[in-house]
Design a protein around this ligand. Sequence first.
Ligand SMILES: C[S@@+](CC[C@H](N)C(=O)[O-])C[C@H]1O[C@@H](n2cnc3c(N)ncnc32)[C@H](O)[C@@H]1O
Length: 279
Amino acid sequence: MQQDVFDYLPVYRRLSGWFAFTDLLVFDALLDAQTASGTTGDVLEIGVMHGKSAFFLARKVEAGQELIVCDLFEMPPPGAANAAENAASYPGVTRAAFDRSAEQLAARPPRVLQLASALLGEHVDAGTVRFAHIDGGHLYPEVAADVALAERLLVAQDGWVAFDDIRTPHAPGVAAAVWPALARGPLEPVLITPTKLYAARQPDLTTRGRLQQRLLDYGLELEEQKVFDHVLLRVVEDLDTGPYRRPSTWRGARVTRGLGREELVQRLRGAAGRLTRLR
Ligand SMILES: C[S@@+](CC[C@H](N)C(=O)[O-])C[C@H]1O[C@@H](n2cnc3c(N)ncnc32)[C@H](O)[C@@H]1O
């Protein structure tokens, strides 16, 4: 709910990471919509870094459900290409720092699996995850394996997955791995933001409808497109002023540079203020 977003803003501002504010709004809306539809299951994130997206997910996990997070942290990745990617993109990510932050900032403690996502299938049961955020290795082999894993781990009805960096220029392997899988099924593409693609196994129409309505309520502009006979909702944002327009030293700038983000934050603040006053 809106209050979760509002309450999370100090953490969101404090942590560096790669979690666009628009996607925070989508996570909020989607997990609430699933809950309202009666969809149950655990929540999984592959690739946590400092926990910017994971700690928000920790707020959305319901009683009896678990947040499972998977990251290599400082462990050497299985392949040379994945090792080079991590050294270049995520220097200084450590398990100890994540655990310290989790203790302070996570609404409930996640179950942390420090291992390559390729091994995750041995630790999580098939058909038990209601939402998976795939944000680990961004090279084709890792993403292709993570897509196959998500297909196996998601609950068969209304199980959703978010694929990070689906259309970023520096990670073409993500799109190469994700779109062919969606063309094959069983995952259907449902929503695309400038950063992530959201797909689902047999998405519940009520979940989809509630998600759409909440995003409109949050002030996002949506457009419908047809992809593989599925209606794909696109969050309309200007990429020239959005998260991709940044110099190579942009780390952390995604939050402040996005079109309308400050305005949206102000609006949420106002709405949260009104909610508080109504109580
Ligand atoms: C883009 S960052 C995650 C960003 C994070 N979700 C956030 O909100 O800021 C990618 C993370 O994936 C991890 N990673 C890379 N390759 C991995 C692999 N093969 N298995 C598990 N984690 C991996 C890295 O250590 C890094 O922390």
